[in-house]
Design a binder for this molecule. Structure first.
Ligand code: UT7
Length: 332
């Protein structure tokens, strides 16, 4: 009998500080109309002074543990996904582990950018299937706001990203028909520079200079149209791949949880798949793009709202920097 991994608890945490499109329009040349039309974003959260990504991650983790009726001491492995690591090293996992008092168990960061949560799910699933670890805490924590260019120069990316964290607990499923049914992952490093932060860079001497900082080399750069085109192609592809692996059709899926990079991308993908937008909940209007945290935040909101019932089929898909992309089907 196959041992599947099943999600037994979900949680999330977003900062209290709400930053609206009009707030951004006061500090750079942008407008509420432009941002909403292009992306669907109305507002996002920015972390308060004195808080760190690991604070958001630890809070999300505690919410997930409570939902699973577990304590930090019950966890065998901590996985953290992030593209906005608290420090260059060690990984954010070390700081979350310390805050949760889970010292001693393995803790590691996994870097797959906006597809990070799905890469994390696949990793947790593999460890559980192999019998290596029983209970896995997967935390996706992102703080973008401290490293965005809020001048006119950075307006194409600064308006898109927000801060937040989501977490899930995974355990061996007591029922082989429920849990993570299939995950398909891909990446293509040919496009690494299409969405990236170039500096600090260990490929350069020195790894950063005052000039690089002045010229904005430490901020995200994106070829938006190029990324958009690839996202609307790769997402339906990987969704078809993961559904076919289970002999499912898009119509069999009850809930679509897409990465929240752009509402227009997700509407396009839903149309390509012939899926009704009513089955595609979103939170990008309130939180912007929280990279790897977007999907677990959305999942937790849907679970807590009572929208996702046992035995329902969820399909989740993400695309992001790397490029990386992936799709997963979960029977709740
Ligand atoms: O999570 C990882 C994956 N990320 C994505 O999937 C993002 C994919 N890309 C996108 O979502 C879209 O490309 C954006 C929302 C980023 C941009 O939309 P777009 O329709 O591709 O706009 P654009 O970049 O072609 O810019 C159009 C115009 C430009 O002006 P000109 O050259 O036409 O005069 C920009 O300078 O809009 C201008 N612009 C802005 N105007 C007001 C760029 N940023 C802004 C801004 N406010 N914030």
């Amino acid at each position: 009998m196959i041992t599947r991994a099943i999600i037994t608890g979900t949680g999330h945490c977003v900062p209290d500080r709400v930053v609206t499109n009009n707030d951004l329009a006061k500090i750079m040349d942008t407008s509420d109309e432009w941002i909403q039309q292009r992306s669907g974003i109305r507002e996002r959260r920015h972390i308060e002074d004195g808080l760190a990504p690991s604070d958001l991650g630890a809070k999300a983790a505690l919410n997930a543990l409570e939902a699973a009726k577990l304590t930090p001491k019950d966890i065998d492995l901590l996985l953290v996904t992030t593209l906005s690591s608290e420090h260059t090293f060690p990984g954010t996992a070390a700081f979350i582990q310390r805050k949760l008092g889970m010292q001693g168990i393995p803790a590691m960061d996994l870097r797959a950018q906006c597809s990070g949560f799905l890469y994390g799910l696949a990793t947790a699933d593999a460890f559980i299937k192999s019998g290596s670890y029983g209970r896995v805490l997967l935390v996706s924590a992102e703080v973008h706001s401290r490293a965005l260019d809020f001048s006119d120069r950075g307006r194409d990316t600064a308006v898109l990203f927000g801060d937040g964290a989501g977490a899930v607990i995974l355990e061996p499923s007591p029922n082989p028909e429920r849990g993570i049914m299939s995950i398909k992952l891909h990446s293509d490093g040919d496009f690494a520079e299409k969405l990236w932060v170039e500096y600090p860079s260990m490929a350069q001497t020195p790894h950063v200079t005052p000039e690089i900082v002045r010229e904005g080399g430490v901020y995200p750069k994106m070829d938006g149209k190029f990324v958009f085109k690839h996202a609307v192609t790769r997402l339906p592809e990987v969704v078809s791949e993961v559904l076919e692996s289970l002999h499912l059709k898009p119509q069999d899926i009850d809930h679509w949880l897409f990465h929240q990079a752009n509402l227009r991308i997700n509407e396009r993908v839903a149309a390509t798949l012939g899926v009704s937008v009513e089955k595609c909940p979103y939170n990008i209007d309130r939180y912007g793009n929280c990279s790897s945290a977007s999907i677990p935040i959305l999942l937790d909101e849907q679970v807590r709202a009572g929208n996702i019932k046992p035995w329902k089929l969820i399909c989740s898909a993400a695309f992001g920097s790397g490029f990386t992309w992936g799709g997963a089907v979960i029977r709740w």
